[in-house]
Design a protein around this ligand. Structure first.
Ligand SMILES: O=P(O)(O)OC[C@H]1O[C@H](O[C@H]2O[C@H](CO)[C@@H](O)[C@H](O)[C@H]2O)[C@H](O)[C@@H](O)[C@@H]1O
Length: 398
């Protein structure tokens, strides 16, 4: 049985090909203008679901006992997410919200023409991957865990952890986060992935990551840092300054209700998700007033967060390139990096892949967004489905 949501491709809509996710397909179908193809598309939708079930049954029949147990465990772990995915097409839309939801979904469907769903496009994407070395890069917040009000409670589900673990059994897998590296490890708790914190400024790569490794850079770093791992911190000298600014920010903003200042080691996040909207500009001015005294630092923005970081030419994109190098994946033609992320800082990594003409940049977003990514996934539950498909694809093809 497939754990991935039932996706539908509908041809010939206004003489173009439109790729729809379950919710977008339902909303488009619900739109009065689209009544003409509603029944046909719904049939196609259920056919697709049936086909997926059949394929999965075939896989199970051919599986060893252990694999069947694994499949069952995954199915149980994934049930809540799958049920949500499967429930969406049958959900009754409330009449008052129909028009708004429908037009939002139409806009999303139009956006996915340029940034198609990585689930719908999976087979086509992987058709070139058989002879390549797939390397997986994952953002954390908004990608592996849902966005929540309290950053300290952005936990990863056990089913997501299991999916990442499975992918990491087959492919080198790196998690690149804006958070401090040890915090990401606390959330993820997997020992078979590489962790990068502080938006790429805190990299820990293992000493012998892959069999064929042959990198002078890696050898050098190993000699310098010992055998525990290769630590690369290009902003090391900024640490005292970041500490100082962190305490200053904490102190000066403490009067504003709901502010959270997070120390991410080489950068600082000032969260205003729980701040009253009318205090946002006050907070922003306070932050700017402090940071203007530190010309070596710069301010960037994320999801309801102001971030302060060293103004060095280093970001998630540079970290991705560094990791490819240090892991020994130098050859563009043989390597297929997949980068999945949801935030502005992930765009730096998307740009690198576009510039190299290599791999798949995938944005996680349920609304249309300006992005350098080529593909999209709606939310962390779709990310999990994608990871599980990747795992199964490798298991079947190897
Ligand atoms: O690179 P990432 O792993 O995506 O980290 C980016 C920032 O993520 C966190 O903040 C965001 O998620 C929080 C929890 O869901 C949410 O409350 C907040 O509004 C978001 O901005 C993290 O707390 C930051 O330190 C990261 O820089």
């Amino acid at each position: 049985m497939s754990l991935c949501p039932p996706f539908v491709s509908i041809n010939n809509l206004s003489k173009s090909i439109i790729l729809l996710s379950p919710l977008s397909s339902l909303s488009l179908l619900s739109h009065p203008k689209n009544k003409g193809f509603r029944e046909r598309a719904r049939d196609l939708h259920y056919q697709t679901m049936g086909l997926q079930r059949l394929r999965a049954q075939e896989i199970e029949t051919n599986s060893t006992e252990k694999e069947v147990i694994d499949e069952n465990e995954e199915r149980i772990e994934k049930r809540s997410s799958r049920d949500r995915c499967c429930d969406e097409p049958t959900r009754e839309l409330q009449s008052n919200d129909d028009a708004m939801e429908s037009s939002a979904e139409e806009a999303y469907a139009a956006w996915t023409v340029k940034h198609p769903s990585a689930l719908i496009s999976f087979d086509q994407m992987m058709s070139i991957a058989k002879k390549k070395l797939v390397v997986v890069f994952l953002d954390y917040d908004g990608t592996l865990s849902p966005i929540v009000d309290d950053p300290d409670r952005a936990f990863m589900s056990d089913s997501m952890r299991s999916a990442v673990n499975k992918v990491a059994q087959y492919f080198p897998t790196c998690i690149i986060s804006g958070r401090r590296r040890d915090k990401v490890y606390e959330f993820v708790k997997l020992t078979n992935v590489y962790y990068v914190g502080s938006h790429g400024m805190d990299i820990m790569a293992p000493v012998k990551p892959v069999d064929e490794i042959d990198s002078a850079l890696h050898e050098q770093a190993t000699k310098e840092k010992g055998n525990e791992g290769v630590l690369f911190q290009p902003a090391e000298e900024y640490l005292p300054m970041i500490e100082e600014v962190y305490f200053e920010l904490e102190d000066k903003t403490k009067e504003i209700q709901g502010v959270l200042v997070e120390n991410n080691k080489f950068c600082i996040s000032v969260h205003f998700r729980r701040v009253d909207e009318e205090d946002w500009s006050v907070l922003e001015n306070q932050v700017m007033d402090i940071v203007k005294n530190y010309p070596a630092l710069l301010i960037t923005r994320g999801l309801k967060v102001i971030e302060i970081r060293p103004s060095i030419k280093w970001d998630k994109g540079r970290a991705l390139e560094y990791l490819l190098e240090i892991l020994g994946f130098k050859n563009n033609d043989e390597t297929l990096p997949i980068y999945i992320g949801d935030d502005r800082t992930d765009e730096d990594a998307f740009k690198v892949l576009q510039r190299r003409g290599q791999g798949y940049p995938i944005i996680v977003s349920s609304v249309p967004k300006d992005t350098e990514a080529s593909y999209s996934l709606r939310d962390p539950s779709e990310v999990m489905c994608f990871l599980l498909r990747l795992f199964r694809w490798k298991r079947v093809s190897s």
